[in-house]
Design a protein around this ligand. Sequence first.
Ligand SMILES: *[C@@H]1O[C@H](CO)[C@@H](O)[C@H](O)[C@H]1NC(C)=O
Ligand SMILES: *[C@@H]1O[C@H](CO)[C@@H](O)[C@H](O)[C@H]1NC(C)=O
Ligand SMILES: *[C@@H]1O[C@H](CO)[C@@H](O)[C@H](O)[C@H]1NC(C)=O
Ligand SMILES: *[C@@H]1O[C@H](CO)[C@@H](O)[C@H](O)[C@H]1NC(C)=O
Ligand SMILES: *[C@@H]1O[C@H](CO)[C@@H](O)[C@H](O)[C@H]1NC(C)=O
Ligand SMILES: *[C@@H]1O[C@H](CO)[C@@H](O)[C@H](O)[C@H]1NC(C)=O
Ligand SMILES: *[C@@H]1O[C@H](CO)[C@@H](O)[C@H](O)[C@H]1NC(C)=O
Ligand SMILES: *[C@@H]1O[C@H](CO)[C@@H](O)[C@H](O)[C@H]1NC(C)=O
Length: 616
Amino acid sequence: MMKVIFLAVLFALCWSSSSCEQDTGYYLAFPRNYHFTQSLKLSISTTESEPVYFFVDTLDGFQFRGIVHDNATVTVELPLSFEVTNSTVRNKGIRITAATTKLTVHGLSHRDRTSGMFAALPCVKQNVNEYVYYGVTYGTTYLSQLLFVGCEDGTQVKVGSEVINLNEMETYLYTNGSDLTGVRVVSNKPISFFSGERCTNIPVGVGFCDFIVEQLPNTALWGSHFLTASLYGRTAPDIYTVVSCAPSTIVQIHCSNSLPTQVLYEFENNYETFTLSNDTFCTITSNHPVLVVQFASGQEADNVESDPFMMMLQPIEQYENDVAIVVPSNFTVNVVAIYVRPEEFEPEKVSVDGNSQTNVNWTAIPCADGNVCGYVAYVSLTEGQHRLSHQDGQCGMIGASVYGFSYHNGYGYPAVGTVHTLLQGSAVSPRNVKVGVESPNVLTVQWDSLRVDCSEVNGVIVKYKVQYVAQNSDVVHTKDQAARQNVTRPKMSLTGLSPNTNYTIQVAAVNVEGYVGLLSAPLSVQTAQVAVSSPSSRNSEGLTITIGVVFFLVGVLVGASGITAAVIIRQKAKRQESSKEPHIITKPNQVYEMTLIRNPGAAVMEDPVYATVPAC
Ligand SMILES: *[C@@H]1O[C@H](CO)[C@@H](O)[C@H](O)[C@H]1NC(C)=O
Ligand SMILES: *[C@@H]1O[C@H](CO)[C@@H](O)[C@H](O)[C@H]1NC(C)=O
Ligand SMILES: *[C@@H]1O[C@H](CO)[C@@H](O)[C@H](O)[C@H]1NC(C)=O
Ligand SMILES: *[C@@H]1O[C@H](CO)[C@@H](O)[C@H](O)[C@H]1NC(C)=O
Ligand SMILES: *[C@@H]1O[C@H](CO)[C@@H](O)[C@H](O)[C@H]1NC(C)=O
Ligand SMILES: *[C@@H]1O[C@H](CO)[C@@H](O)[C@H](O)[C@H]1NC(C)=O
Ligand SMILES: *[C@@H]1O[C@H](CO)[C@@H](O)[C@H](O)[C@H]1NC(C)=O
Ligand SMILES: *[C@@H]1O[C@H](CO)[C@@H](O)[C@H](O)[C@H]1NC(C)=O
C-alpha cells in the first residue's frame, strides 16, 4: 500500500501545478569571530503565502528539516563547531534548500561586544565564463578573512598565487594580516563568498575592535546606481568603500549638505575609500558596475552605543519588491533605512509589516544638476521578522539597509531576497518552467515571468521564446509569446504534437534590445498515448519528475481522516548535481527520503522515512 501511495504521490506531484518547483540553494559558512563565537544562528524567512519546506544539510552530520510561514522566521541554532577557524577546516559549509525562490536566509555570529550578521545570497549559475569576486575588509587591526563555500563539486578558486579546490559545501578560509580589499578571487563555478575582518577598528585606531562580515556577490551582480544615507543616530562619520572591476571606472558621488560632487577614477588597487559626515545623503553612479560597502564607526568615535559593522549597499538594479528581514535579539537600537526611487515614491505604497509609511520623514537624495534621484526614511524595528514591500504590483522596488547597535556592538546587512542576474542583458532564464500533458497532441508550458519589466539595466522583456524538439528529431520548433506586465505565469500550448513522444522543452526571454536570454534547463516530457493509459503503467520505466536543481517535492495528501498532510520526497542523501540535470528519474530499487508533515503549522518536520521504489 505504501508503494502505491508513494508512486501515486510522485505522479500527482509532478503534474500538479504547485509542485515540481525549481528550488533555491543557499550555501553559507561562518568565518571566525574574535576569540571564537558564542552563538551561530540561521534565520529562515519567507514572503510566500504557502508554507515553505526547507532543508539544512551539512557534510558534518548536522541537519534540520523545517517549515517556515510568512508570519514567523524559523531560527536554527548551529553547533559552534560550524565556525570556520582556519584554512585546514574544510567541511563547514551549510546548504539550505527549498522548493521556492522566496526564501530569505540570514546568518548571525553573535559574541558579546562583537557580532556580525549577513544576508545570504542564493548561489545561482550565470552566463559568465568565470565568477569574479573582490574582497572588502577594513584596516589591519587583527586578521582580514575571505571565506569560500563551494556550491558544486569540482570548483576551483584562485586567489593570489593559491589555487583551492572545493566540492559542494566545502569551505576554505583565506586570511592575511593585510587589508584584503580589492583582492580578486576567480572561480570556475559559483561560490558563496564571505569577506570581513576577525576584529577591526573603524576608523583605524578608534575603538573598539569588532567582528565584521558580509556575503558579497560576484561582479555580474554589481550595479551602477546607489542611494546612501548616513547611519541613524550616529554623529560619527560613515566610511564607504567602492570597488571597481573595470580599469576605466569613473564614479560620481552627489550629496546633500551642499557637499561638492566627488569624482573617483584611476582606482588604486581597484578600490577607493571615503568618509561622509553624519546627516549626509548621496547618490553614487558609475560608468561600469561597482560594489559599495558602508562601514559603521566604533563607539569611541562618537560615544554613541555602537560598534563597527560592514554592510553592502544594494545597487538600485537589485532593489526588491517584497522582502523579509530579521532583527536579532541583543541589540537596543534596530533600524531599517528604506530607499525608493522618485518614480516609485508613493509613501502610501511603501509598507513595513503591512503599514504604509506615510507618517515617517522621507529625505530627498540629490543627484546631478540639482535633481532628486531617491528618497530615504528610517524606521525603527523590534526584534524578530519584518516585511518590507512596495505595493505597486511587481514593479515597485525598494532598497533597504538593516542595522542595529548596542553597547560596543553592531550588525548590518542589506535587504536581499532574490538576485537579479540580467545585468549582461542575456544572463537569465525563466524559472519554474512546468509542462503539463493535455492530450496525445498537446503539451502546455508555463513559467514565471521575469521580474524585469521595470528595470532599466536589464531591458524590458518583450517576449518569451519556447523551444521544443521531439526525441530522435533534429527539427527545433520555436513559438513566441508576447510578455504582458500583468501576467506572472505565462502559459503556452504546444499543439500538433505526436502522441507518445518525448519532447524536450526550453524557454527563454527576449528583451527590447533583442537579446535572447539563456534557455531554461531542458525538460523532457512525453505526450499521452492515444489509447487510455493509467499512471501506474509508467511505473516499470520509473517516472520522470520535472524539478529543478536539488531534488525534492512538496505535495499535499488528504488522508483517510480528512486531515491534510504534506509529504516531501527526495532522493536519499542526494547532493546537488549539475543544473544541467533537470529531472529525478525515480529508478527502481533506489531509496527515497519521505517526510510526512501532519501539522503544517509546526516549524519542524517529523523524522523522515525511507522507501525503495519497487522493481516491478
Ligand atoms: C584549526 O582549527 C581546528 C578546529 O578549531 C583545530 O582543531 C586545529 O588545530 C586548527 N589548526 C591550525 C593549524 O590552527
Ligand atoms: C598577505 O600578507 C603578506 C605579508 O604577510 C603579503 O606579502 C601578501 O601580499 C599578502 N597577500 C595579500 C593577498 O594581501
Ligand atoms: C550629526 O552630528 C552633529 C555633531 O557632529 C550633531 O550635532 C547632529 O545632531 C548629528 N545629527 C544626527 C542626525 O544625529
Ligand atoms: C542575547 O539575547 C538572548 C535572548 O534575549 C539572551 O538569552 C542572551 O543571554 C543574550 N546574549 C548576550 C550575549 O547578551
Ligand atoms: C520628522 O522630522 C521632524 C522635524 O525634524 C520631527 O519633529 C518629527 O518628529 C519627525 N517625525 C518622525 C516620525 O520621525
Ligand atoms: C492584462 O492587461 C490587458 C490590457 O492591458 C488585458 O487585455 C488583459 O486581459 C489583462 N490580462 C490579465 C490576465 O489580467
Ligand atoms: C521518454 O520519457 C520517459 C519518461 O517520460 C522516459 O522514461 C524515457 O526514457 C524517455 N525516452 C527517451 C528516448 O528519452
Ligand atoms: C503562522 O501561521 C500559521 C498558519 O496560518 C499558524 O499555524 C501559526 O500559528 C502562525 N504563527 C504565528 C507565530 O503567528
